[in-house]
Write a new protein. Sequence first.
Lengths: 372, 265
Amino acid sequence: MNHFVRSEMAPAQPAPRSTTGAIVWAKQNLFSSPSDALLTLLAGIFLLWAVPPIVGFLFTQAVWPGGTVEDCRLETAGACWAYVAARINFFIYGFFQIDQYWRPNIVFALGAALLIPLAIPKAPFKVINALLFFVVLPVVTYVLLAGGFFGLRPVPTEQWGGLLVTLIISYVAILGSLPIGILLALGRQSKLPVIKTLCIAFIELWRAVPLITVLFMASIMLPLFLPQGMSVDKLLRALVGVTLFASAYMAEVIRGGLQAIPRGQYEAGSSLGLSYWQRMGFIVLPQALKHVIPGIVNTFIALFKDTSLVSIVGIFDLLNTIQAATSDANWFSSNQAVTGYIFAAIVYWIFCFSMSRYSMFMERRLNTGHKR
Amino acid sequence: MTTESITSDRQIDRSQMSVSQTDVAIDIVGMNKWFGDFHVLRDIDLKVMRGERIVIAGPSGSGKSTLIRCINRLEEHQKGQIIVNGTELTSDLKRIDEVRREVGMVFQHFNLFPHLTILQNLTLAPIWVRGIPKAKAEETAMMYLERVKIPEQAAKFPGQLSGGQQQRVAIARSLCMNPEIMLFDEPTSALDPEMVKEVLEVMISLAESGMTMLCVTHEMGFARQVANRVIFMDQGQIIEQNGPEEFFSNPQHERTRLFLSQILH
């Protein structure tokens, strides 16, 4: 074998410049082979066929706010945004009394003012902020909306509606299902047979029943079990139903995260003398929850959309108000209902897409494991 | 592998390494353990005096790890007694926590908490188990990081450190609880060869400070240099124990001789 001793170390060199430019990119990505070129061509034809009518309907031929119902009734008219604008208050507040709109407005403003700094990692006063958002805000919201205190006129929950109710149900169910789900997931892993069995029974029962059934049971069957003369608010029943339903799903998502934590993490915590709740709170859950952020947010998104099912028990959430408004004869036109549903889709999409993007941001931020 | 000194450049200071004659740190009497039907530990009797440095050797599956994991009840024994610092281990959680507070453990795979910084790894238990104020806990943590020679890594996450550095942090993490006994479960087995030495150095200096140590390890050089007693296990039993000189130069049991001939060249 030849003798070899390196005399000087090879210096590190910059990576070669990749070939760039629009034509090169297109050639590599769109026309790399005959079948690839054919697919590109077909996709292009499809877009040319589909996009202009959509753009026309939503934008160029649409009747914008300020337009009249007569404009919407024209043969060539697109989406009737004027109708959405005219009924927007109903979509946001439902049957809330008009002179009391300031109350939900304060709730919206408070919610946004607390949520935004909470979502920004660098914003200060996280603990106070979280306490305000998770503990004080629900109380303030209830006092403001329900009234009956401090001379506020009582507003029965039947009059709450629209986006307000959709957001309230989502907020309560998201806030409630996460801690309940964590407890259920821990309970399911417990060595104590009674706790374990109860948690499994709870999870499997709720997961095996459709949400619609849960809501029906809550609104029709629950009153049968309550003593005479006692009634539970319809919205409250729906809130409890949706929350417990979501927590069963949440529990299973979190259990997946718990299973991903190596036994050594539990053992290291034990060997340092940390108690069960300290091990879970400081070591296991922070890692487990981080692993399953996509699953948790997935459940939140599904939950947010599932709130629209409460319309079945007569609660006027966003979708139900839009549905109800389609019978508004003042704005009757062939595109009235379609426009309403497109508007609903856009609102749901904005919230769900925001949650999705934020979860991806959090995943990246919390990723300490592989950073070198 | 050889029994030659792994740290030949360093003289071992034996002045602090005295073994108490009367003070029993760990007393294991007639202890048995089963995994299901498998009898993994059989009639273990072991008395560890304060200040002893015991190396436990043996083939894989001989029960050495299980033995030391019973001492802080990461594993439960089914028969016999284990008394640590005068506290007998039973299913009583209070006693278990009492023992775990005073017994540190270092694992083969470090088991640092990856979502916490090095400093947070070190201060978590002192703050929450011992109730030490955060500033004081951090001060102690930095002192131990100095001692394992990586104070500059305090703000990093475990994933950013090499294996040897992580294991030194793991040792420092245990020391922050100011334990009376340290258990080592194959602390160098998962390390690259170049990093074994830096971890052994830390363990040697710990031995020099008079710590009671039980080490499951294949580092026979460490055993010869530091241990005052070597225990050889096979099939869940203690086959032979002796001082290191005698153990290596004149093994009595046939199984011990076979084992040593396999690992020493």
